[in-house]
Write a protein that binds this ligand. Structure first.
Ligand SMILES: [Zn+2]
Length: 342
């Protein structure tokens, strides 16, 4: 009784002691439970362990294992809340298989409001990492060894980067049946057909994304971009949650019916259009807008307000992302243009 009295206020404050672990051992977790852990990846300069938060829901069976990862870029936060929401709404009684959620992979950079890792590297360009490599290589190596190795499927959650805004769009290999289905189940505006895996001759030198590493290991993986950096967007979070729940239904991990989603625009490729001069940029097109070849997409002014340059769309397409920060030097981005499948 005394224990209960002591425990209740602690639970209410969210201050229950979270167990620290060196590795994820799914076999030792009780079926029908949700567990929270701090998973040790590397150490910091104060000799303290660097942990990532891990939430594991284990149903009646261990498999399949769906991984949900967010914020490998430390300023991309919507996915953190999506993962938390998925676990909040989960019915453990009917769950089959296991969900491993990592609501915040880049735990060094998230509290510093930074995208990149402490050594200025992009963690998501450094897979598979190196056991005895530099700081980001070792961190990535441990993500690969301790997290990816546990998964049968992966949804990796991102947003736009600083100074830009994004639609809700999916990057997926649409020639792979599993990743195609996972993509079509998302409440997404756009699906970008993108293998993501380095080609045979690139492979020798290539470091690559977590999605590519997963695909190379035979783990069907999609990347989803949910809107804007360094914010929680309620609509993006709810749409993201629906997409994850649809994948759970498709994998027969939950008995829920699949929630119908709107038609996504499917693009066969995409690219950014860059400025060749510097100044103050206006972007007169909106996210998800269909744009025509020759349409005005950017107007650059000098500090006195004179137009230095107008930029026009090089071909028909759709606006996947756009600059939201007017201040740009040469090489700044205007729009991320998606080219539709026919
Ligand atoms: Zn990202």
């Amino acid at each position: 009784m005394l224990l209960l009295i002591l425990l209740v206020p602690a639970i209410l404050l969210g201050q229950t002691k979270i167990e620290s672990i060196e590795e994820i051992q799914l076999k030792t977790i009780q079926p029908g439970t949700v567990s929270q852990f701090w998973l040790h990846l590397t150490d910091d300069g104060m000799s303290q362990p660097v942990y990532v938060p891990v939430i594991i829901a284990k149903g009646k069976t261990t498999e399949p294992v769906l991984g949900l990862t967010a914020a490998i870029h430390g300023n991309e936060l919507n996915g953190i809340r999506i993962i938390q929401r998925v676990f909040e709404e989960l019915d453990l009684e009917t769950l089959e298989g296991t969900i491993i959620g990592i609501p915040g992979l880049n735990t060094i950079s998230i509290p510093n409001h930074e995208r990149r890792f402490i050594d200025e590297e992009d963690l998501n360009r450094n897979f598979p990492g190196k056991e005895n490599g530099n700081r980001s290589q070792q961190y990535v190596y441990q993500i690969n060894k301790k997290i990816l190795s546990q998964l049968d499927y992966l949804i990796d959650m991102h947003t736009a980067s600083f100074g830009r805004t994004n639609t809700l769009y999916v990057r997926a290999d649409m020639e792979n049946d599993a990743t195609k289905t996972m993509a079509l189940l998302q409440d997404a505006d756009i699906i970008l057909n993108n293998k993501g895996v380095p080609s045979a001759d690139e492979k020798i030198a290539a470091t690559h994304t977590m999605r590519a590493e997963a695909m190379l290991q035979g783990i069907p993986a999609i990347t989803i971009e949910y809107g804007d950096p360094q914010v929680y967007q309620t609509d993006m979070i709810e749409r993201g949650k629906i997409g994850v729940e649809n994948v759970l239904s498709w994998l027969k991990m939950t008995p829920q019916k699949i929630t119908p989603v709107g038609d996504q625009v499917i693009c066969k490729k995409s690219y950014w259009i860059f400025l060749d001069k510097g100044g103050y940029l206006e972007v007169p097109v909106e996210l998800n807008q269909l744009v025509k070849k020759g349409e005005l997409i950017g107007r650059l002014r000098n500090p006195f307000g004179d137009i230095i340059q107008d930029y026009y769309c090089p071909e028909d397409g759709i606006v996947i992302g756009r600059s939201s920060n007017p201040v740009n030097m040469s090489g700044g981005r205007i729009i991320h243009l998606g080219i539709l499948n026919n």
